[in-house]
Design a protein around this ligand. Structure first.
Ligand code: IVH
Length: 671
């Protein structure tokens, strides 16, 4: 075995290599090695660190993901207040700002930097000795929240910058950057679609999503929701460091930060105006949303002369693009059925041109939104169109020129596509069609069923499934198992071999374990993990189909809402018939009941704080293996709260409710 010093050196060299590739990939967007090679490097590092856990450093690339869930966020005071910007809305106001800059500085030749006004949330990053020490939200401007664990998962944020690199960039080892954290529109859409598929609520725009994500208690979730960070301010000892803002941006770039490249140093307001117009035309082509342009005086000396008003610097101004809105009449509200069965009310509008696009309909999201807007059919409404997002009804116009509509909208009692009774689970916003065979849900349901990680039917993608549905060959997932070669050969682009491949894939899927079938049925709120627990608990589809809401709640992680969703699914005759046909086709509908211990049967635990010997997952598994259940929050039903170091609000709650609090040793005793 090599001496620890060697290992330490080897580890650090590997880390540095990975950091360089991360920078190439996530910041510069010019990877030099394949994803596979990158994964291999990462795996080597992980393996080495597993062998030598004492040598793991917090800035190791392996430490981005997997922070322990936290109790809450600690408040943190900013080194200097995080200010906001004054807004202008037209050229005249902008020229007015320029005049004041000229008057207050006594100069006419002022250079400006134009930047995109990124529509995310501002975030401060504190670096100590070149290492990321803290990430703090803006909060109220003076005091923000420490979100370091989540911030560490953002790949374009360097966790550590070698001191010689900082030196070359002209930066000291201790500094603070401020910038915008945002979610690219594509990630936003993807995650929203996935949430929709799982029957979860969706987010209205990427900004809300970013704010929600960075304040997620579980850093693993933040990691999955690919965010990006663009710095635009540098502070050293609370002060601007370089003599020009343009130099700050260059220095941050050389230090390895992802400075937004769409900025420009200009010498006149005419050039500023050209920049503004340039990006107004192209804002839809950007991979993230912007809501305007920020203009900053370049020279720090002039910035200092200009100073601040109450909450904003006089040396910078935002030019806000007009929200792309139009006013039109809402002629009707129709209901669309999504692939999870969610019913979305859609406004049918008198056609109106907004920002060069004719808009004929706009989403009203859900019944709560209709009530919030107070909208009636026949109203005049203001419609907004965001970057890439579907237009939405923003408000009802209520003045003497725009008479109010009179007809109230009501959610239909039956699914407009298949006629099955519509369900709204108590406490939920959305109405849904729960018929698994509803044609509106068919495409999504089948794609989910066939996808990798579910029944794994390779080749059964959107184009094939669409054709199968159009020809009436597949009306539900069970029909997949009745497909013949003749059926497939009748479709476009199918030859003997490709048809046989699909049939082989279908045949293979029959051997997949029982939990996959449960997951594949697309029961609302039943994801991969829940399906696994259900399979282990019940051991057969028969038992699961006939389980009551009470029985279901004995399953790990299954609460009343999931239990009701399962019972509801099997209460529909068509769904039962579907399962019957899957059984006849020879799918695996039985599994091994997992023999869990019985020592802790019926007992519910809540874990809080950091345990000394076990990670949360390990402790959880031990409890579950002994037949116990681990819940996320403390209630009267909790039997034990296991409290580790730095336990927070859950411990308080336990005391308040008189729930038994035990420590790690006592937990081991129970096991
Ligand atoms: S400079 C003291 N630059 O806009 C200067 N802000 O409306 C403070 N924002 O809170 C900010 N892009 O979250 C600056 N290129 C940019 C920006 C930007 C977006 C946000 C920032 C700020 C808000 C003010």
């Amino acid at each position: 075995m090599p001496a620890p010093k060697d290992v330490e050196k080897k580890l650090e060299a590997l880390r540095e290599k990975i950091r360089q590739h991360e920078h190439l990939y996530y910041v510069l967007d010019t990877p030099e090695i394949s994803d596979l090679e990158f994964d291999k490097l990462m795996q080597t590092l992980k393996d080495l660190e597993t062998e030598q856990p004492s040598l793991i450093t917090p800035d190791s690339p392996t430490q981005r993901v997997g922070g322990k869930p936290r109790e809450g966020f600690v408040k943190f005071r900013h080194s200097t207040p995080m200010l906001s910007l004054d807004n202008t809305y037209n050229e005249e106001e902008l020229r007015g700002w320029e005049r004041r800059v000229h008057e207050l500085t006594g100069r006419q030749d002022v250079d400006y930097v134009c930047e995109l006004k990124l529509d995310g949330m501002s975030l401060a990053l504190v670096y100590e000795d070149g290492k990321l020490a803290r990430g703090i939200t803006r909060g109220d401007g003076s005091v923000g929240e420490d979100v370091t664990l989540n911030v560490r998962t953002v790949r374009s944020i360097p966790l550590s910058i070698p001191l010689d690199r900082l030196k070359k960039a002209g930066l000291p080892p201790n500094f603070e950057v401020r910038g915008e954290l945002l979610m690219p529109t594509a990630s936003f859409k993807k995650i929203n679609e996935e949430r929709e598929r799982q029957g979860l609520s969706t987010f209205a725009n990427p900004r809300n999503f970013t704010a929600g994500t960075v304040r997620q208690l579980d850093a693993n979730i933040t990691a999955e929701r690919r965010m990006d960070y663009f710095p635009y301010i540098l502070l050293v000892n609370g002060r601007t460091y370089f003599d020009r803002h343009s130099k700050t941006l260059d220095a941050l770039t050389s230090a390895g930060f992802k400075v937004n490249s769409n900025h420009k140093l200009v010498r006149s307001m005419d050039e500023v105006w050209a920049f503004i117009q340039h990006w107004e035309e192209r804002r839809d082509s950007l991979p993230y949303e912007i809501d305007g342009i920020v203009v900053k005086v370049d020279r720090t000396a002039l910035q200092d002369e200009l100073g601040f008003t109450g909450k904003a610097p006089r040396w910078a101004i935002a030019y806000k693009y007009t929200a792309r809105v139009g006013i039109t009449r809402l002629e009707d509200i129709r209901v669309q059925v999504g692939r999870t069965g969610k019913l979305t009310p859609v406004a049918m509008l008198a056609p109106v041109s907004i920002g060069g696009t004719t808009v004929r309909n706009a989403t009203l999201h859900n019944m709560d939104e209709i009530e919030r807007l107070g909208v009636k059919i026949g109203d005049w409404v203001q419609v907004e169109r965001g970057g890439d997002v579907i237009p939405k009804v923003a408000k009802v116009i209520d003045d003497k020129d725009h008479p109010r509509g009179t007809r109230e909208f009501e959610m239909p009692e039956k699914c407009p596509v298949c006629g099955t009774k519509v369900v709204r689970t108590e406490g939920e916003v959305d109405y849904r069609c729960v018929n698994a065979n509803c044609p509106a849900k068919l495409l999504g349901t089948i794609l989910h069923f066939a996808s990798r990680g579910v029944m794994n039917i390779d080749g059964m993608g959107e184009s094939l499934v669409n054709q199968l549905i159009e020809r009436g060959l597949v009306k539900n997932v069970a029909d997949i198992y009745s497909l013949t070669k003749k059926d497939l050969l009748s479709l476009q682009r199918f030859a003997d071999k490709s048809a046989q491949n699909i049939l082989d894939e279908i045949e293979n899927s029959k051997t997949l374990p029982f939990e996959r079938v449960i997951y594949g049925l697309g029961i609302r709120m039943v994801g991969e993990r829940t399906a696994q627990f259900l399979a282990e608990h019940f051991g057969s589809m028969d038992a699961l189909e006939n389980a009551s809401v009470e029985e279901l709640q004995n399953v790990n992680e299954v609460g009343p809402r999931i239990a009701e969703s399962i019972v509801e699914f099997f209460s529909i005759p068509a769904n039962r018939k579907l399962v019957e046909r899957l059984r006849e086709s020879g799918l695996t509908l039985k599994g091994k009941k997992k023999e869990r211990g019985t020592k802790l049967a019926g007992k519910t635990f809540v874990l809080t704080g950091t345990l000394a010997k076990y990670t949360r997952d390990e402790a959880k598994k031990m409890i579950e293996d002994a037949g116990g259940k681990v819940a996320g929050s403390v209630s009267k039903k909790t039997d034990y709260v296991v409290a580790g170091a730095d336990a927070g609000s859950k411990l308080d709650k336990a005391k308040e409710l008189g729930v038994a609090v035990i420590d790690e040793k006592e937990m081991e005793g129970l096991l």
